[in-house]
Design a protein. Structure first.
Length: 202
């Protein structure tokens, strides 16, 4: 049983190390015509989260600004078509893993017993201990889940026309900040405005 628990712990570490990816979602207004928008400006980030600092704030704005400019939008503070804001949410969660537990019968070789003239066998032949499932070990792993939300708001009617989400683990603050370009790009890929084709150099 001790070996099984050690195996479960090692497997848990391997799973957690592979859970560093992000998931992306978005919702949009069905009435908005995204091709008509040409300019945008930033709204101040709501002071509702203690999980970001000036470095993260600057990095998020730089990446989002660059991503929108690649899609043909220009940063303009006077009468912009769109207003942009972002929000960060962080929640403590727990993952539950159920690892199967087995007992092993003695390593007896079961000879195949012929059933008929065609040589069919009734018993399964094996030469090593045969595992039998008897239950599961429950392992719970706490983690911190962060969500970056980006809103595009039509300035004239003050309505959110698009919202994108990037969700992932943020247990490591340094890594979370370094992942900002990846997360912003993943969110903006769901924006219904295609990036402009690269300019060909003569």
């Amino acid at each position: 049983m001790k070996k099984l628990n050690l195996f479960a712990a090692a497997l848990l570490i391997a799973i957690l190390s592979g859970c560093s990816g992000y998931q992306y979602y978005s919702i949009k207004s069905t009435k908005a015509s995204f091709n008509k928008y040409r300019t945008f400006a930033w709204l101040p980030a709501p002071d509702s989260s203690r999980y970001y600092n000036d470095i993260a704030d600057e990095k998020i704005k730089d990446e989002v600004t660059g991503g929108l400019e690649k899609r043909g939008l220009s940063l303009q503070t006077e009468r912009p078509d769109l207003l942009v804001r972002y929000t960060i949410q962080v929640k403590d969660r727990v993952r539950t893993y159920n690892y199967p537990t087995y007992v092993y019968s003695p390593g007896v070789i079961y000879r195949g017993v012929a059933r008929n003239r065609y040589g069919r066998y009734f018993y399964y032949g094996f030469g090593r201990p045969f595992p039998v499932y008897v239950g599961g070990d429950i392992v719970q792993a706490p983690y911190r889940e962060g969500t970056l939300i980006i809103d595009l708001i039509e300035r004239q009617n003050h309505q959110v026309i698009w919202r994108g989400y990037g969700v992932g683990d943020v247990d490591n603050p340094e890594r979370a900040i370094s992942d900002i370009p990846e997360v912003v790009e993943g969110i903006l890929k769901r924006l219904p405005i295609e990036p402009l084709p690269p300019v060909k150099r003569l």
